[in-house]
Ligand binder design. Structure first.
Ligand code: PSU
Ligand code: MN
Length: 335
């Protein structure tokens, strides 16, 4: 009740002034220069459920026009559940939380002009007034600045296979260790080293729960062979976990892994084979850094004749429904 509301008020303290002045204008910038859309502002002010969404999945994770259709569909799922979607991206150097349909359209259709933006890239993209599609790490950071507690995506980055020599560990994992946002996802892809990803999250102090199962999900498939350290079975249990973390002022994130729906998981085997081939090709091409994940996603899509894309779309919509329910349970618990 009371305590929780005070926590939210103080967490988004620097924002409150900007938000309360915003009645007359459709959008206004916070002290940090973040533009929060009118619908999201209203929801935050009234304590309604808000769900953050990333934009790298739009610009670098899927081809046009499926990326735009999916971005719109995911926002619709969130609204149908009774929550407010807040897609996050950087437009002309300005971080935006909550996009108009025109803004979504230009992100999706001009992906070549949009830079993949993790925490590392944020200041540069702002300083150069570029368009930036935020990854999980940058989306978490901006969501937290606005006082948004829940973020839905497809999959998180992780420890890459071979990381013992390349040191390719996604900035998503360190962000989860330092930013208090719960990320609802379908786990981590098998392009990654899932056991090491879980080890790294443990080191970073990140709570990792599987939703309705004991096993951490592996994105395209329901099973990874790795037991999740925690399990939750209902949106209320998810909300209670987030609330307890806030109560203790824990400053790390939470991962809630929701397995892909049974009906959409059938392509799993084919996708797994394609993954092996794509990994080998990435190795031969000597790809490194931020280019690795987009290459693998695109190659797997080609090799599976688009089957991986269908699964990807199905699971993110499912995650959006579950994430919204958790956000609504959290908002209810706070009142
Ligand atoms: N995993 C997916 N789809 C994606 C990504 C990851 O299944 O689109 C994106 C997310 O934005 C994630 C980022 O934060 O890739 C991780 O990139 P990297 O591995 O370079 O850290
Ligand atoms: Mn990387």
């Amino acid at each position: 009740g009371q305590t929780w509301q005070r926590r939210i008020a103080s967490l988004s303290g620097h924002l409150t002034g900007a938000l309360s002045n915003a009645f007359s204008t459709p959008e206004s910038a916070t002290a940090q220069g973040i533009v929060v859309g009118a619908e999201v502002q209203r929801a935050l002010r009234t304590g309604a459920a808000v769900v953050a969404l990333e934009s790298t999945i739009i610009s670098h994770g899927m081809p046009f026009p499926q990326n735009l259709e999916t971005a719109r569909a995911v926002e619709s799922v969130i609204r149908e559940q009774g929550a407010v979607p807040a897609t996050i991206a950087i437009l002309d150097g300005v971080p935006h939380i909550g996009l108009t349909d025109d803004q979504l359209h230009s992100l999706a259709s001009q992906a070549g002009r949009v830079r993949k933006t993790s925490r590392r890239d944020l200041a540069y993209v702002m300083a150069r007034r570029l368009h930036g599609a935020t990854t999980v790490s940058a989306t978490m950071l901006l969501a937290a600045r606005a006082g948004i507690r829940i973020f839905v995506t497809g999959g998180i980055g992780g420890v890459h296979r071979g990381a013992e020599s390349t040191m390719d560990v996604s900035a998503d994992l360190t962000e989860l260790g330092r930013t208090p946002v719960a990320v609802v996802c379908a786990g981590a892809k098998s392009i990654l080293d899932i056991p090491r990803t879980l080890e790294y999250l443990e080191t970073q102090g990140v709570s990792v729960a599987a939703y309705g199962t004991n096993e951490f999900p592996a994105f395209f498939t329901r099973r990874s062979g790795c037991r999740a350290p925690m399990r939750i079975d209902t949106p209320e249990e998810g909300a209670a976990l987030i609330q307890a973390a806030l109560q203790l002022n824990l400053d790390n994130g939470i991962v809630i892994g929701v397995p892909v729906p049974e009906a959409a998981a059938s392509a799993g085997e084919r996708v797994e084979r394609a993954t092996q081939q794509a990994l080998a090709e990435a190795g031969k091409r000597g790809l490194a850094g931020a280019a690795v994940t987009p290459f693998l996603l695109q190659r797997i899509r080609e090799l599976t004749g688009g089957a991986s894309l269908d699964t990807n779309i199905a699971l993110i919509k499912h995650n959006a429904a579950i994430g919204s329910k958790i956000a609504i349970a959290l908002a209810a618990a706070a009142h």
